[in-house]
Design a protein around this ligand. Sequence first.
Ligand code: SPV
Ligand code: MG
Length: 542
Amino acid sequence: MKKSTQLRRMLESPGVEFIMEAHNGLSAKIVEETGFKGIWASGLSISAALGVRDNNEASWTQVLEVCEFMSDATSIPILLDGDTGFGNFNSFRRLVAKLGQRNIAGVCIEDKIFPKTNSFIGGEKQPLANIDEFSGKIKAGKDLQQDPDFVIVARVEALIAGWGLDEAIKRANAYANAGADAILIHSKIVSFDEVELFLKHWDNKKPVVIVPTMYYQTPTQKFRDYGVSLVIWANHTLRAAITNMQKIVRQIHEEQSLINIQKKIVPVKEIFRIQNVIEYKEAEDLYLPKKKSYKSIILAASKGTNFGSLTDDRPKAMIKIGSDTILSKIIKTLNSRDIKDIGVVVGFKKEAVNLPNLKYIVNEKYSQYGLLYSIFQAKEAFFGDLILLFGDVLFEEDILRRLMINYEDIVLAVDPSIQYHLDQVKDLVEGGISYSEEFGKDNICRVKNIRSLKKEEVSRDVNGEFIGILKLSERGSGIFYKEMTELEKKRPEVLKKWDLNDFINHLIGKKHEVFLEYFKGKWKDIDSIEDLTYLINLQSME
Ligand code: SPV
Ligand code: MG
């Protein structure tokens, strides 16, 4: 739905609606993410954020530019505080034209004289516009607007200027007759009384908009009872920002250190999320020539339990599903993302792993030592971007695609829904946040630990199952290389004993950041004959 139509519906719907102040692209995004259906582009806040006063010190094109950033950054309607329209009827209709071009849903103008002063600063001394002149201004805007749903709100300053209720009603009537879509009745007293009186007399001839900054103690139910259409929370985003900026900046100044404030502010990553950095990565992936060439290491040295005679003469990765082996299916998926440099760590029945175009790395000790030792045999591959995989997991290309554009250095693919069968042991991950389907969440977070657990050992802290696919950036594979070689030198017994989980926890313990990305479904590990039968049946249905 067009933004203008959304705003019009908010005004014309029977209940009360709320819009929240924003003053730049960032605050506009925060307002939208929070769930508000509309934005008040406040003159006070925009000017303050630009470091100037609310006296038309910012030119109207400068305000427009801020508004354009806000509009581009969001999908909900913006009602711009157009002050007095920045001049006469002619200036105002140019503003209306430009707002329409920029997909701003509506504008509010107040019946004061350009250049205005904020209504809360000596409001009673400010001259009001001539009624006919201001009505002509509204009409000029309405005549010019291309989009029939574009909203013009006329703001009555008669109460602020101390002219009383009759003058306010007179003006509201004139502006409604001139074509205003709604009336904003403004007040600077601390009670709702004068606005209430206005609402009683006005009797909803046109939708009414209010700004309860000064009468903030009024319960919202009162606004409902009197049929207010739209409430503007006019400057609270900026005030919240100022509160926190002052507090944090002061503390950094006093302490000459960041140690105590780190936990009080959002991480840098939160900025990236709000900026939608991930979309940029995806676009790079789509439009730039592929310069990053990922390598892959597949761990296929073990025999695999639970497969009976199927693994008498071959490792699990070479079991067939239809005409393909598990391993060749994995390789096809890697190839589909242009990963051609593929190493396979083999051990059990190594001669049975005979697919072309692979680099073979032999782990003779596959039956004695743990998985980390297998990984270490491929240590020469740990440079540049790398995907490390278990050889018994089938997965969709999308998991690879997303991991490859993930900007963190060490990332585990994790499924938030854990499906146990029989008495399996699963690699379960505790993350900083749990999976969310909410809009805007990128489902990437830090890993706290990873443990192999049986079903009965699972605690509430667990957020998902590691699916056996791990992405390393150039830096990430460097960390793996360095830490593995250090273990080999200093704790060779540990290198032989550990599995991948132990090593990941070791990295976390050494303050390396390990992340997870949640993927729901889109993969299948093959742990039993049942898994195999399921996949074979699936394949025969395709
Ligand atoms: C603004 O937010 O800029 C307004 C509302 O115009 S007020 O500050 O209350 O005048
Ligand atoms: Mg204003």
